[in-house]
Write a new protein. Sequence first.
Length: 282
Amino acid sequence: MALFALSAHILRSGGLCVLAVCALSAPTRAAPPDALAHARSVYAEVNQGTQRMSTQRFLARVPGTEYTSEVVASVDKGQVRKLTVTDPDDSGNVLTDLYFDTAGALVFALRTTQGYTASGKVKTSSEHRLYFQQERLVHMLAGMTKSPVAPNDRFAQTEASTTQNIAAAVRKAALAPPSPTVAVGSQRKLAQGMVISMENGDTACHIELVDAAGRVHREMADFDLCEAPEKLLNRQVTLSYTTATVMAAACEGNTRCTKTDTVALVTRAVPASTRSIPSTRQ
């Protein structure tokens, strides 16, 4: 996974020794005590108060990445106070916990890389702690041994930049107003978005779209729309739906299964400034 490639490389190549050498070779400036105290105070306050906060769960796409993140946002009085961002990977998950003060400033991030043991249990392979003040990294503790790394170290700067990009994009998505929708029976479905992936499944063509705020929406579409993905991928489209009966997800692709689901199915996608691309469903 691109965002943790550097971290993974360091861990595979004996990362703790590498980090220790970095810490010894470059003088580590002491972090401002007030910055660390503020970050730790925010961390404690947010975790103690999450029960009173509203929770949002959504998918998001951070600009410059090619994967979809799972997000849980804790919002209090119109401000995002915590974001938990999970980036699934075949070998495990990359988790980023972001903490914001009451003014909306990022003050602390915990970035965790998880893998699996031979028995399939989740195992943490790396943790990085980053402390920020006025949009600037002021302190970093790297690896499971919490080795200090100078804020101006190249590795620290790379981690800080990645973290700040995630925080800015996902916070924007959490605070944005709802996307325009259309009524499909009793449901409300996404009206417009940019197509970022298309894949045929057992029951339908599966489309991922990203809205103006960076939130990702997954819709089911007629199989015909997946036959020409080049006409839709990376295009802004307007969607039309119908209520349709498809093979039930519980069938898991078994063609002998007679169970069905009734779903809102995309039947037409209209790219901006072009003619519509309809399915042939009657």
